[in-house]
Structures are given as structure tokens and as C-alpha cells.
Design a protein around this ligand. Structure first.
Ligand code: HPA
Length: 273
């Protein structure tokens, strides 16, 4: 795996010498921010050695590098999910590559199910913490001491200062920003109502099938992390109807422009720091 990361970085470096500051992972239906990037270079995952290629609906598979509001960014258009059959280690390979290319900050976005009854479909929540206990940790295996410590701290997985930036960006854009704890479950089946009641009891506000492995890997290698989640549907048993993938993608299309405004403003503010 370490070899694949190295070879992928080299392959990208053979195409461009662009050095990103901020890495952005785009969740389901949130790809439109890529249109705002003044693109310097695009690299398809399939052109990188050993790189997992996403198969999920709504996920293209390429890195977009360029300037967002003048800030050098690398954007993952199409993320890799555990439920596609990739190992947790493969799921986090893109984060390692983006860090290897220079990114020191990671912004993760996703679409989630809303557990808290006061959320609405289309609400945008800043992720303040996560629950990862139900899935295999991507750091299991020998530790690479050059990358990070064996037992990385997760007390502030989501950086306080970056949370302040997201709050200010939302205020300046007039966007209501909820906050929430995100629980990561493997999927791909949606949860049962009983599972959602369990999640709520455990302290989760948002439920989803992504993000957490990337955050753990990013913290391990010392990246600063913040996360935004778009409530694509109310979670099972809270919604009065059955859940469909279509609903998730449609919500992404609706709330996508709001998320794009928030992210764009936040990146500009992070670039000024
Ligand atoms: N559950 C899990 N993952 C999700 C959901 C959900 O309800 N909505 C979007 N991603």
C-alpha cells in the first residue's frame, strides 16, 4: 500500500508540479463545486497505480487540482467507499496521496441521514465529532512511524479553528449551519429504524457510509480536518417513508448550491490565514 501511495504521487508529479494547500473530498451530489475551480490539472484515478476507482452512483473518479478563490486546492471528485468492496486501507489511499502532494488541510463533505428530528432535508451540518466504533479502523496493521504515531489522538479530530472558520463563513453567506456528531456505518443497506434509535441513543445526529476512515487517516498524518454534511434524507423510521438512493441524489442537487457557496467562502477564508 505504501508503495502504491508513493507510485501514485510520482505518477501525479509526472503530470504536474502543482502543490495544493487544501484537499476537498466531495460527497454524493456535491460535485458541482469542481466547476468553480480554476483548473490547472485533472488526473483520473484509473491513471494512478494501485488506486481504487469508485463505482458509486454520483461519484466521478478524478482529482481536480487548481485554484478556488485563489487558494490552491485538490478536489476528489468521486470518493471511495468501504461498501464497494475496498479495504479500509484502500479507502484512505487518496487522502495519503493528497497529503503527499502537499495538502495540509482536509475538508470532507458528505450526504447523510438526519437522526435529529429538528434537522430538515437539505440542512447543512458541521461535523463536530464522529463515532467510528462499528467499522474496521483504516490504521489497523503495522504502523508507519514516519507518517504518524501508533495511537493517534482523536480528541479534536475536527479542528476547532477550522470549525470557527466554517461558522463565520456560514454567517457571512447567511446560511444556517447546524452541528452534529456523525456515525459511520458500512452500508450499503440503509439502517433499520431500530438501528437508528440505537444511533440516537449513542449520541449520533447524522448517519452515513463514508468520511470517517478518511478523517482518521488524515489525523494520523497530521492534517487539519473539518467536515460538512448535507442532510439528504431523514434517517429510517424518522422519515415517514422508505429511503431511496434517488432521494439522496436529489437532495444533493437541491442543497448542493448552498454547500458550494459555504465551501467557497470557507476556502477563501482559510487561504487568508
Ligand atoms: N443512512 C446512511 N447513509 C446515508 C443516509 C442514510 O440515511 N443518507 C445518505 N447517506
Amino acid at each position: 500500500m505504501k508503495e502504491d501511495v508513493k507510485r501514485s504521487i510520482e505518477a501525479a508529479r509526472a503530470v504536474t508540479d502543482f502543490v495544493p494547500e487544501i484537499a476537498i473530498v466531495l460527497g454524493s451530489g456535491l460535485g458541482s463545486i469542481a466547476d468553480r475551480i480554476e483548473t490547472v490539472c485533472e488526473i483520473s484515478y484509473k491513471d494512478l497505480p494501485g488506486f481504487p476507482v469508485s463505482t458509486a452512483p454520483g461519484h466521478a473518479g478524478r482529482f481536480i487540482m487548481g485554484y478556488l478563490e485563489g487558494v490552491p486546492v485538490i478536489c476528489m471528485k468521486g470518493r471511495i467507499h468501504y461498501y464497494e468492496g475496498w479495504s479500509p486501507e484502500q479507502v484512505v489511499m487518496p487522502v495519503r496521496v493528497m497529503a503527499g502532494l502537499g495538502a495540509q488541510t482536509l475538508i470532507v463533505t458528505n450526504a447523510s441521514g438526519g437522526i435529529r428530528a429538528d434537522y430538515r432535508v437539505g440542512s447543512i451540518a458541521m461535523i463536530t465529532d464522529h463515532i467510528a466504533l462499528f467499522c474496521e479502523n483504516p490504521l489497523i496493521g503495522p504502523n508507519d512511524d514516519e507518517e504518524g504515531v501508533r495511537f493517534p489522538d482523536m480528541t479534536e479530530a475536527y479542528d476547532r479553528e477550522l470549525q470557527d472558520v466554517l461558522r463565520s463563513a456560514a454567517a457571512e453567506e447567511g446560511i444556517t449551519l447546524e452541528t452534529g456528531v456523525y456515525i459511520y456505518l458500512t452500508g450499503p443497506s440503509f439502517e433499520t429504524p431500530a438501528e437508528i434509535r440505537m444511533c440516537r441513543t449513542l449520541g449520533a445526529d447524522l448517519v452515513g457510509m463514508s468520511t470517517v476512515p478518511e478523517v482518521i487517516a488524515a489525523r494520523h498524518i497530521g492534517m487539519r480536518v473539518c467536515g460538512l454534511s448535507m442532510v439528504a434524507n431523514m434517517a429510517a423510521g424518522i422519515a415517514p417513508h422508505k429511503l431511496t438512493e434517488q432521494e439522496v441524489l436529489e437532495a444533493g442537487e437541491q442543497a448542493g448550491p448552498v454547500m458550494v457557496r459555504l465551501l467557497t467562502r470557507a476556502v477563501r477564508m482559510m487561504g487568508q490565514k
